[in-house]
Design a protein around this ligand. Structure first.
Ligand code: TXA
Ligand code: MG
Length: 334
């Protein structure tokens, strides 16, 4: 049974370091296309990139970071036109994008339904965070790869964000495929995150590389303030950017299924009563937590519309990504 330990990856990868020159950039784009994990410089901090449309690659990304929970990730694209394929821009978002992209600004937007971004990348939310980085190496990789790349800061969970390739290597060597060395990042702190969902005025979720004043000048109005983006701090209930929750109640740690229930299964042996369940979806028939993470939010969404009165969820071991899966299930149930 494949098991991922958050501390030590099951397979130690031979992490390669390449320069941010044309050959390094081409290798980075190739690696992303093959589902690899690529650290690359942005103008803020180094990001750890994965193909935003590859759920398994994103699950490995969370495992590499050792994240205790699945936080939604920022989708990086080369320009605003690519961003419009992922999120819906209202007038304020359009003004901010025109004035401040490319640059250290992330916009949280209503997610375009068929954008193809894996549910795990947005942690099941109907919103998506989109950013157009200005760094020439990031720009070149995004243009070459020509798809959205999710990239949290390229550090182990709980460590500080890396501003050099050496920082990335210290934290993630053996856990990722490739590091593109583009020198020290000029801004050194993360992007400013602005919520453009349906708020008037938009809200500042995380202060960062673009000062609040610059954003307010573009909008001609003060931003609301709703700090909720501390990646390792659990979000307080009632916060603006809450977590995904299905409408159908969840029953956790179920070892049997009652009539009228759907089953979210894990592992080769199904819970008792499974044949009578409304629908059965298995997170991973092999009991692989990486596969389970990649399936988590899409399976929950599918079972939520299955017509079942309750979704029974089989127990999922805490090892590796199991901790994050259990954390999300508890929030979805609560
Ligand atoms: O400068 C940056 O933004 C860097 C570089 C690599 O681009 N990235 C970065 O990512 O700081 P990360 O994962 O460390 O922080 C992303 C933040 C998280 O706090 C997350 O909660 C928030 O963005 N976020 C992502 N999607 C969101 C959404 N749909 N709604 C609200 N917050 C979201
Ligand atoms: Mg971070």
């Amino acid at each position: 049974m494949a098991e991922v330990n958050a501390e030590e990856p099951a397979t130690k990868l031979a992490t390669r370091v390449v320069k941010g020159d044309p050959s390094g950039i081409a290798e980075a784009a190739r690696c992303l296309a093959e589902g690899g994990l690529v650290a690359f410089p942005t103008e803020t901090v180094y990001g750890l990139g994965a193909n935003a449309r590859n759920g398994a690659a994103i699950a490995r990304l969370y495992a590499a970071k050792g994240r205790p929970a699945f936080n939604p990730l920022i989708a990086h694209v080369a320009d605003a036109a690519a961003g419009r394929q992922l999120g819906r821009f209202d007038a304020a978002a359009e003004r901010l994008a025109a004035a401040l992209w490319p640059g250290p600004l992330t916009l949280v937007l209503p997610k375009v339904e068929r954008c193809g971004v894996a549910d795990l990348a947005t942690a099941g939310l109907d919103s998506i965070a989109v950013r157009v980085p200005a760094h020439p190496v990031a720009q070149a990789i995004l243009r070459d790869f020509s798809g959205p790349v999710v990239a949290p800061s390229a550090n182990r969970s709980g460590h500080v964000s890396p501003t050099t390739a050496a920082h990335v290597r210290e934290d993630l060597a053996g856990r990722i495929d490739l590091i593109v060395d583009g020198g020290a990042t000029p801004v050194g702190l993360e992007s400013t995150i602005v919520d453009c969902l349906d708020l008037d005025p938009p809200a500042l979720l995380r202060p960062g590389g673009v000062p609040r004043e610059a954003i307010e000048r573009v909008l001609g109005a003060p931003l609301a303030y709703a700090p909720s983006c501390d990646e390792d701090a659990p979000r307080a209930p009632g916060m603006l950017t809450s977590h995904y929750a299905p409408r159908t109640p969840l029953r956790l740690d179920a070892d049997r299924v009652a009539p009228g229930e759907a089953l979210l299964a894990f592992g080769p042996t199904l819970a008792q009563g499974a044949p009578a369940a409304v629908t059965v979806l298995n997170l991973s028939a092999h009991g692989d937590p990486i596969e389970a993470a990649a399936n988590l939010f899409s399976h929950l969404r599918a079972l939520d519309v299955s017509g079942a009165g309750t979704i029974a969820v089989m127990p999922i071991p805490l090892a590796g990504l199991g901790e994050a899966i259990n954390d999300r299930l508890r929030r979805a149930a609560g």
